[in-house]
Design a protein around this ligand. Structure first.
Ligand code: FES
Length: 128
């Protein structure tokens, strides 16, 4: 059945190493009908599955800072905030309706695990 994201198996492309990522969820925990809200360190992330891809965004709307994207309406790759209907592209984070952007995260799939890339300074999100 499933799933191609950015990578499958033990491959981490380019100069990236497995140490650059940490587990955030199992693949089976993320379905098109049920986004997965994950608290990792001090951050809340929502995983969305669109077709055979998974995307991760910070669960924080730039409009009034509500953490409600996990309850938003996903249409293709556009998530609409349930509070005041600003919407964002979950691939780029750019606003479709409203302004600003949401933070997106780089993911990899290794086996049946969804991994999130560490922050720019190399720190694991679970350690924040
Ligand atoms: S808080 Fe998200 S649109 Fe207002």
């Amino acid at each position: 059945m499933f799933l191609v994201l950015h990578c499958i198996g033990n491959c981490i492309h380019g100069d990236m190493k497995i140490e650059d990522f940490e587990r955030i969820a199992g693949i089976d925990e993320v379905t098109p009908a049920h986004p997965k809200r994950v608290t990792i360190g001090a951050r809340e992330v929502v995983l969305f599955r669109v077709g055979d891809e998974i995307f991760a965004v910070e669960n924080l709307c730039p409009h009034q800072q509500f953490s409600v994207f996990h309850q938003g309406v996903l249409d293709g790759c556009t998530i609409t905030c349930p509070m005041h209907a600003w919407s964002f592209d979950i691939r780029s984070g750019k606003a479709v309706v409203g302004s600003g952007r949401i933070r997106t995260f780089e993911l990899r799939i290794v086996g049946n695990e969804v991994l999130i890339k560490n922050s720019e300074d190399g720190q694991k999100f679970s350690e924040f």
